[in-house]
Design a protein around this ligand. Structure first.
Ligand code: NDP
Length: 332
């Protein structure tokens, strides 16, 4: 039998955490034959709720779940973890300035980076979910210098999956037949959902470009983009709560593809440390199309970028540059 993998979830008593931990315990993140040990961290005010989540995990009698650590102590939570999913963060409350939220999250991510760097397994893979996700991941990278930068990522897979979902609905095809959309940039409303290279499986086994099938560039260049960008707000409006099950599911997809690999001919979107690909300045955590193999991601190279895309990719990069300088100003 395989050795269990230790998976840390921070903010585990929150609503994404509550949706995420049973998915991990069922094998949705690491596969149906991979035992796991869940490490759940939350803050003191959530300690009782966290105990309740642990009780429910025990009651669910998951065959793959070997043990549960539920704690408010970051050192205990980080010990020996192989995968860290960072969901805990300070929420933006009404009337709060952007700078105040940033400042809270900078101090959280700074502290958690130090704890993980000291106590996690040396090859630990990190996924930041809490917003502002790209910039939190960047702060994390700064304060965990011994964790390779390739191991620090943020979640844009939910946006990617939302884009697949919108195309599937529009064309009335199953979502599994749509592939290779791209989310460029920030996990925010400036993100650019790009369908220029996306395809749909054809009945003869080949692939057809989404642009050809939709045959409505106006919809693809306007409504499609804003629907994906504003899907989070639409869900808050409908549910009176932010998206949780889809965010949790996307976090599982992100880690699963990273660890187990992307299918041949398919890429996914991940927020990763820019190496300058596609003219995006190095030193930002930016969402790119990536393929994964043997636990390593690489940015898909050589895609043709038209003028429309270029402007949108640069606009979201510009927002990340501004967030970065705001975050650094909070460090002083
Ligand atoms: P959620 O579980 O709903 O969300 C957690 C984080 O994920 C938020 O920062 C949220 O950002 C972010 N997020 C990213 N993508 C999405 C998405 N697509 N949809 C929704 N959220 C997204 O928040 P809860 O308040 O229920 O839980 C947060 C937990 O974190 C609590 O258990 C709390 O105790 C803990 N916490 C930990 C802190 C710490 O570690 N020091 C500090 C504060 C809280 P946003 O909502 O801004 O979009």
């Amino acid at each position: 039998a395989k050795d269990p993998v230790r998976v840390l979830v921070t903010g585990a008593a929150g609503q994404i955490g509550y949706a995420l931990v049973p998915m991990i315990a069922r094998g949705a993140m690491l596969g149906p034959d991979q035992p796991v040990i869940l490490h759940m961290l939350d803050i003191e005010p959530a300690a009782e709720a966290l105990k309740g989540v642990k009780m429910e995990l025990i009651d669910a009698a998951f065959p793959l779940l070997r043990d549960v650590v539920a704690t408010t102590d970051a050192v205990e939570a980080c010990k020996g973890v192989n995968i860290a999913v960072m969901v805990g963060g300070f929420p933006r409350k009404e009337g709060m300035e952007r700078k105040d939220v940033m400042s809270k999250n900078v101090s959280i991510y700074k502290a958690q980076a130090s704890a993980l760097e000291k106590h996690a397994a040396p090859d630990c893979k990190v996924l930041v979910v809490a917003n502002p996700a790209n910039t939190n991941a960047l702060i994390f990278k700064e304060f965990a210098p011994s964790i390779p930068e390739k191991n620090i990522t943020c979640l844009t897979r939910l946006d990617h999956n939302r884009a697949l979902g919108q195309i599937s609905e529009k064309l009335n095809v199953h979502v599994s037949e749509v592939k290779n959309v791209i989310i460029w940039g920030n996990h925010s409303s400036t993100q650019y959902p790009d369908v220029n290279h996306a395809t749909v499986k054809a009945t003869n086994g080949g692939e057809k470009p989404v642009r050809e099938l939709v045959a409505n560039d106006n919809w693809l260049n306007t409504e499609f983009i804003t629907t994906v960008q504003q899907r989070g707000a639409a869900i808050i409006k409908a549910r009176k709560l932010s998206s949780a099950l889809s965010a949790a599911s996307a976090a599982c997809d992100h880690i699963r593809d990273w660890v187990l690999g992307t299918p041949k001919g398919t890429w996914v979107s991940m927020g990763v440390y820019s190496d300058g690909s596609y003219g995006i300045q190095p030193g930002l955590i930016y969402s790119f199309p990536v393929t994964c193999e043997k636990g390593q991601w690489s940015i898909v190279q050589g895609l043709k970028i038209d003028e429309f895309s270029r402007a949108k990719m640069d606009a979201t990069a510009k927002e990340l540059v501004e967030e970065k300088s705001l975050a650094y100003s909070c460090l002083n």
